[in-house]
Write a protein that binds this ligand. Structure first.
Ligand SMILES: NC(=O)c1ccc[n+]([C@@H]2O[C@H](COP(=O)([O-])OP(=O)(O)OC[C@H]3O[C@@H](n4cnc5c(N)ncnc54)[C@H](OP(=O)(O)O)[C@@H]3O)[C@@H](O)[C@H]2O)c1
Length: 246
């Protein structure tokens, strides 16, 4: 019986994900080449030897890049965007945040990959990787990604605002927030109803006090949006509605 030819990987890009994927492949001893815009090797030469091309560049640049360079046949083009819905490359989204620097092997192995249902499976694309993998209808990727952004990026923005204000205006060490941060995440993981505090209690007095403390601050609008998302009506909004209906 003939042997199945091994995939030869080319990683395109020089940003955060390209650095992490290259390090993960290195830790798993998966041979791969890299190419980015600063490389001396022409892209045509880099592509010639590759069977699987991972386009790890900014979302907006992925389709134009593949359109321009996918001239030959028999190559598998993969992208890692969580929101892009395209026929030009197969989506395999690592459900993780990639900061500058590297992670350890166990961290990389635990990252779930969410792949386009329409394409080859994760194990066909990466037979040597053992990550948990899932598939999704490409038409649902916009929603999937909006949820990832809310969960990961919005909570980061909120915590960054809190830690910066502790360190600045309140003159408190931001590290004292760590037990609260950690318990909040633990509670989200294990409880069906993890929310505590004035919004959970619908404590209007405290909510109004919080909003007054945030007046002249862009986060006042954020606080109001969260209140509205829970269908809590603030007094002035009830009054405005009454006025409008007169
Ligand atoms: N970072 C994360 O946490 C994360 C998580 C999951 C998925 N992803 C996905 O990973 C992909 C890359 O994101 P990233 O965070 O690594 O971005 P990044 O750090 O901002 O890096 C973007 C890279 O894209 C390159 N690039 C942009 N336009 C290009 C073009 N026309 N031709 C060639 N290269 C081009 C840039 O090249 P130059 O250096 O030459 O400017 C840079 O190396 C995206 O699809 C993103 O959705 C990222």
């Amino acid at each position: 019986m003939g042997q199945v030819p091994q995939a030869t990987y080319l990683l395109i890009g020089n940003g955060r994900l390209a650095g992490h994927m290259s390090h993960y492949f290195h830790l798993e001893k998966i041979p791969h080449q890299r190419w980015h815009r600063q490389s001396r090797t022409p892209i045509e030469a880099a592509l010639a030897d590759a069977s699987h091309i991972l386009v790890l560049i900014s979302d907006d640049a992925i389709e134009p890049f593949v359109r321009q360079h996918a001239t030959g046949h028999g190559k598998t083009w993969v992208h890692c965007s969580g929101s892009l819905d395209t026929d030009l490359a197969i989506g395999a989204h690592p459900l993780m945040t990639f900061a500058p620097g590297h992670y350890d092997l166990e961290t990389y192995r635990r990252i779930p990959f969410v792949c386009d249902r329409e394409g080859p499976s994760f194990s066909e694309l990466f037979p040597k990787l053992t990550n948990p993998c899932f598939s999704i209808d490409r038409r649902k990727k916009a929603l999937y990604h909006a949820l990832c952004v809310m969960g990961g990026n919005f909570s980061t923005l909120l915590w960054k605002k809190v830690t910066d204000t502790f360190a600045g205006e309140l003159d408190l060490p931001p590290e004292i927030l760590h037990p609260y941060m950690e318990r909040t995440l633990e509670n989200i993981k294990v409880h069906d109803a993890p929310l505590t505090g004035p919004l959970a209690r619908r404590d209007m007095g405290t909510i109004r006090k919080n909003l007054r403390a945030l007046s002249d601050n862009p986060f006042e609008k954020v606080y109001r949006a969260f209140v509205a998302s829970m269908d809590i009506e603030l007094e002035n909004e009830i009054l405005e509605k009454r006025e409008a209906s007169r």
